[in-house]
Design a protein around this ligand. Structure first.
Ligand code: PMP
Length: 318
C-alpha cells in the first residue's frame, strides 16, 4: 500500500489552515463518526480553460444543510459560505487535476446519546486527487445483496450520514466475497433501491428508468443530472417509479451513477447478462455527455452546474 498524499491546506472551522494544524484530541473522535453528516463533491480539470470546475457545488451544499437540519446538529459555520471557500481551497492547494472534495460536519467531545451542550461542532473540507473513470470501458458484475437497504423509519436514506454507510459496506463486502464487483440493494418492499454509494438506472426498450425518490434512496445529484441530460439532450423518455428486481435481469442496459461513481456500466446482475455484456449505446452517450457537462463544456448548464476555480498564476501564496 502506498502512502496517500495529503493536501497542503484544509478548510477547517471557518478558515483555510495548513493540513498539520487541523487536529483534535483522539478521544474527541470516538463518537464523532456516528454523528457526522457529509458531502462528497467532485471537481474536474479543464485544460483549455485552465480551470477547475466544481460540479454542482451549490446543490451539494444545500443537501449538506438539509442533512445538518435533519440530524439536529448545531452548526455555527454556514455551509453556503463554502461556495466561495472551496474554490479558494483548490487554489491554495494548486489543484490541476480531477479531484474529490469531502465536506464533513461532525461534533467532537460527544457521547453516544445526544448531549448537545457537550459537543463542539466542526466543519471540515479536504481535497484529494481522484481521476475520472468516464473513459473506461469496464462493465461491473453486480449481485442483488441479501442486505436490505435502510429506510425512512430506521435510518432515513435522505440524510447523507456516515452511520448509514455500514449498510452499503456490508452489501459490497458480501458481493466481493462472492466474486462480484458490486452490489444492488433492495428496499424493505423487495424493490430495487440503490447501489453502494450510487443510484441505479436501467434502460428497457429505449426508456430510461430509475427508482423514485420514495424507494429508500439518497436524493442523488448525479441521478438528477442524468435525468436532465437524458431528457434535454438525448430526448429520451424517462420514468421514475418503483422497480422490480427481475426488470434488471431483462434490461438492455444498467448503470450506477453517483458523484464518485460517475456513470458506471453494469454488464451482469446475478450472472444474468445485461444486453451483450458490454457498455450499452445509451450508457455510452450519457457517459460522454456527463463528461462534457462536468468539464464545463456544455454551455447550457455551465452557469448552473459548474463553479469555476481558475488556477493561480505563478507560485501559490497564502
Ligand atoms: N446513494 C448513496 C447512498 C450515496 O452515498 C451516493 C453518493 N453520494 C449516491 C446515492 C449518489 O449521490 P450523488 O449523485 O449525489 O453523489
Amino acid at each position: 500500500m502506498g502512502t496517500r498524499a495529503v493536501p497542503r491546506y484544509l478548510w477547517f472551522n471557518g478558515q483555510i489552515v495548513p493540513w498539520e494544524s487541523a487536529t483534535l484530541h483522539a478521544t474527541a473522535t470516538i463518537w464523532s463518526g456516528m454523528h457526522s453528516v457529509f458531502e462528497g463533491i467532485r471537481a474536474y480539470w479543464n485544460a483549455e480553460a485552465e480551470t477547475m470546475y466544481v460540479f454542482r457545488l451549490k446543490d451539494h451544499l444545500r443537501r449538506l444543510e438539509q442533512s445538518i437540519k435533519l440530524v439536529r446538529q448545531p452548526m455555527p459555520y454556514a455551509p453556503m459560505s463554502l461556495l466561495d471557500e472551496i474554490p479558494e481551497l483548490l487554489r491554495a492547494n494548486d489543484v490541476r487535476e480531477d479531484c474529490y472534495i469531502r465536506v464533513v460536519a461532525f461534533p467532537s467531545e460527544r457521547r453516544m446519546a445526544s448531549f448537545a451542550d457537550e459537543e463542539v461542532p466542526n466543519l471540515l473540507a479536504d481535497t484529494a486527487p481522484y481521476p475520472s473513470r468516464l473513459r473506461e470501458d469496464r462493465c461491473r458484475a453486480a449481485m442483488v445483496s441479501s442486505f436490505v437497504r435502510i429506510n425512512e423509519g430506521t435510518m432515513p436514506p435522505r440524510v447523507k450520514s456516515m452511520a448509514n454507510y455500514r449498510n452499503a459496506d456490508l452489501a459490497i463486502k458480501e458481493a466481493q466475497n462472492g466474486g462480484y464487483d458490486s452490489a444492488i440493494m433492495l428496499n424493505r418492499l423487495g424493490e430495487v433501491a440503490e447501489g453502494p454509494w450510487s443510484c441505479i438506472f436501467l434502460i428497457r426498450d429505449g426508456v430510461l428508468i430509475t427508482p423514485d425518490l420514495n424507494s429508500d434512496i439518497l436524493e442523488s445529484i448525479t441521478r438528477d443530472t442524468v435525468l436532465r441530460l437524458a431528457r434535454d439532450e438525448l430526448m429520451l423518455p424517462t420514468v421514475e417509479r418503483r422497480v422490480s428486481r427481475t426488470e434488471l435481469y431483462l434490461a438492455d442496459e444498467v448503470f450506477f451513477c453517483g458523484t464518485a461513481a460517475e456513470i458506471q456500466p453494469i454488464g451482469s446482475v446475478d450472472r444474468y447478462q445485461i444486453g451483450d455484456g458490454a457498455v450499452g449505446p445509451i450508457t455510452r452517450r450519457l457517459m460522454h455527455l456527463y463528461e462534457e457537462a462536468v468539464r464545463g463544456r456544455l454551455k447550457r448548464y455551465l452557469e448552473d452546474w459548474c463553479t469555476s476555480a481558475p488556477v493561480p498564476a505563478g507560485a501559490t501564496t497564502i
